[in-house]
Design a protein around this ligand. Structure first.
Ligand code: WT7
Length: 658
């Protein structure tokens, strides 16, 4: 254990590991007995093959898992930062998700089981889904869309959202899904950056019982989007007073429903762009992350199969919106390439009540649930009674993604949702990586709360300091990926320089993830937060998540965010923002929390400031915005009256756009 007294020195580029987490949960033997990957040896063999004979490994996977209209000449061509996979080959992601399953005899299996927020439901088999996708693709062709054209999608989580994505893929149009919570300004920026020709939207969406007028927002955006020629509008709400601009706007039911629905998939180059997805950069304008067809499709499918241990009778539910990469890879492309039955839910988790998710799990007998720590922490706050009302015995596997999961939240998920019998896969990855990079394999990995455990086959992680030298075990450093993998991003749309600078310039030859991580004595990886978030206290570099997890392990704390603020003496002091439950936000609690962290970790990590707040500012995808909190912590604001809760939600509203 590192010296937590504050006196030991550490090299400037390492990060001190301070929180000790000893709990370990082996997979239940019943799970292992039936698992797709059921022995350590099987994993090791796959891992070694992919590491030692990369091209041979992926050649075999590509042949087995994708349909090829034309075989490729070469498996991989890599000269950092540029990678090409399955060079010269032709495939189609919509074909792989639909036709390939229908040809394999599972056309009558449910692909999507959907429930709208008001409670309306729909089920689409793979065969029915293909017909809908073809109709939408046929309508897009009538609207002048062809291979290589960019289509912006701004839709509620209805089946049509998946249908439009797959319809683009069917004809080689490049989709750019924009989360239906973004403003007109954000839509216009994305339309312009990508040169979108078509926008697909709906008359509105339901959110907590209210209607949000999506088309009105799109109209505002289109006034500033000169490249967009048409807008295709789905009637979701039944709003009749939606203004339709003649010559530009068309109703879905007018142009899609009457199509034949038979369009064959276009054979596309392996490296044809499949989609762009905008993700916020740490500064400035969002980056359009570009993914291509064959490599991405294969990565989404294989990682889905490995990590979620998919079986034919599973009902799989990834709660992410398709506006995020998780929705791309694990609502649409991964599970559908694998022929899975996916539950899709349109609305809020607390409408009409805080038990909506558990109601859905019970009603549809969900067996695999994949959600985010921000949701788990909300469920904890809402209270166990909402969970206990429901029979969750259908669940066999749980997943987490998006942020580090604090060990206490992990334990709650394990006990209350998983009934102590479901493995938890804490999956680490990024928009840029296309799919999961590190995760437990549920049949074999003994999990440790808070660790994403080990890399998947084909992923070669390295933890290095600023000079590119490997960091010793149990010290944190920058997490890089040393070898190309099929799902990796191929660039930032229209900005090659930024692509190089952001991901490839810091450590030559390796992909820089932008996260810090450490590897423990068992070879397990622990993500320690973003590189920019490290706090330097008296020469010790501390990770945010470890201090936050210590705070969250106190029964009064729901959520915690820690940031550094300037301190003349120590360089930086630790400022913690916490939300609490069943407790008084007073001086006594503040003191107790400081002591609690001191006991859990050591004097070094004891927060200097504790601020109680009603909410933490988050991005639209639910990540805590430490960057904003750094501003708040560093002055401008008086450390207030001890009894008031700071309400940072207004701050969140102002700043969570991009
Ligand atoms: C960043 C990527 C991955 C899809 C959704 C988010 C953080 C993600 C974990 C995890 C710790 C995680 C990282 C990463 N992150 N998953 N399991 N443990 N941190 O995609 O918006 O591109 O964000 O999210 O910091 O770099 P994204």
């Amino acid at each position: 254990m590192p010296d937590a007294s504050g006196s030991a020195s550490s090299s400037s580029s390492q990060i001190d590991h301070v929180l000790i987490e000893d709990r370990k949960f082996p997979p239940p033997s019943e799970f292992t007995a039936q698992a797709v990957i059921s022995s350590e040896a099987q994993y090791q063999e796959l891992y070694d093959q992919a590491a030692n004979n990369r091209d041979g490994f992926w050649d075999a996977q590509a042949k087995e898992n994708l349909h090829w209209f034309k075989p490729y000449d070469k498996v991989c061509e890599f000269e950092a930062p540029n990678a090409k996979w399955f060079v010269g080959g032709q495939t189609n992601a919509s074909y792989n998700c639909l036709d390939r399953n229908i040809d394999a005899g599972i056309g009558d299996r449910a692909a999507i089981i959907w429930e709208g927020e008001p409670g309306d439901t729909r089920t689409l088999t793979y065969r029915e889904l293909r017909t809908e996708v073809c109709k939408c693709a046929e309508a897009m062709i009538e609207l002048g869309i062809g291979t290589g054209d960019v289509v912006s999608i701004y839709m509620p989580m209805t089946p049509e959202l998946a249908i439009t994505m797959l319809a683009c893929a069917r004809i080689g149009a490049v989709h750019s899904v924009i989360f239906a919570g973004f403003s007109a300004e954000s839509i216009a920026d994305r339309n312009n950056d990508a040169g979108a020709k078509l926008v697909i939207t709906s008359d509105g969406l339901y959110r907590r019982g209210k209607v949000l007028p999506l088309k009105a927002t799109v109209d505002e955006a289109l006034a500033k989007s000169p490249t967009v020629k048409h807008c295709l509008v789905l009637k979701r709400i039944g709003n009749d007073d939606v203004p339709m601009k003649t010559g530009r706007d068309v109703w879905w039911h007018d142009v899609v429903d009457s199509q034949p629905g038979t369009l064959p998939a276009t054979p596309l180059d392996s490296e044809a762009s499949l989609f762009i997805l905008y993700t916020s950069g740490s500064t400035g304008k969002p980056k359009g992350i570009r993914h291509t067809t064959a490599g991405y499709n294969l990565w989404a499918k294989k990682t889905f199969q490995w990590v979620f241990d998919h079986r034919d009778d599973d009902v799989y539910w990834c709660t992410a919106d398709c506006g995020w990469i998780t929705g791309h890879s694990y609502v649409v492309y991964g599970p559908m390439s694998a022929g899975a039955t996916c539950l899709m839910y349109e609305g809020a988790p607390n409408h009409p009540a805080e038990d909506r998710f558990w109601d859905l799990v019970e009603k549809y007998k969900v067996s695999i649930l994949y959600t985010a720590p921000t949701a788990i922490r909300a469920f904890i706050k809402w209270g166990d009674e909402h969970v206990e009302k429901h029979d969750l015995s259908s669940l066999r596997l749980l997943g987490s993604v998006g942020e580090g999961i604090n060990p206490e939240a992990w334990m709650w998920y394990h006990e209350k949702i998983g009934g102590k019998k479901c493995p938890i896969v804490d999956t680490w990855w990024q928009t840029e990586t296309g799919g999961i990079m590190m995760s437990p394999l549920p049949g074999i990995t003994a999990t440790k709360p808070g660790s994403c455990t080990k890399p998947l086959p084909g992923v070669i992680p390295k933890i290095v300091d600023e000079t590119g030298k490997p960091v010793e075990d149990n010290h944190g450093g920058m997490l890089c990926i040393a070898e190309p993998w099929p799902g990796m991003l191929r660039g930032i749309w229209g900005d090659d320089d930024r692509f190089v600078e952001q991901y490839w310039a810091t450590v030559p030859g390796m992909y820089l993830t932008g996260d810090n991580a450490r590897q423990d004595e068992d070879g397990y990886y622990w993500i320690m937060g973003r590189i920019d978030d490290v706090i330097n206290v008296s020469g010790h570099r501390l990770s945010t998540i470890e201090v936050e997890s210590a705070l969250v392990s106190h029964p009064a704390v729901c959520e915690a965010a820690v940031v550094g603020r300037h301190d003349d003496l120590k360089g930086q002091a630790i400022a913690a923002f916490v939300t609490i439950r069943d407790a008084q936000p007073d001086e006594a609690l503040r003191k107790e929390l400081k002591l609690h962290v001191r006991k859990q970790i050591g004097a070094l990590a004891q927060p200097d400031d504790i601020r109680f707040t009603a909410t933490l500012p988050k991005t639209r995808s639910g990540k805590i915005m430490r960057r904003l909190l750094r501003d708040v912590a560093s002055g401008r604001e008086i450390v207030g009256d001890t009894s008031t809760l700071e309400d940072l939600s207004s701050l969140a509203k102002l700043n969570d756009e991009d």
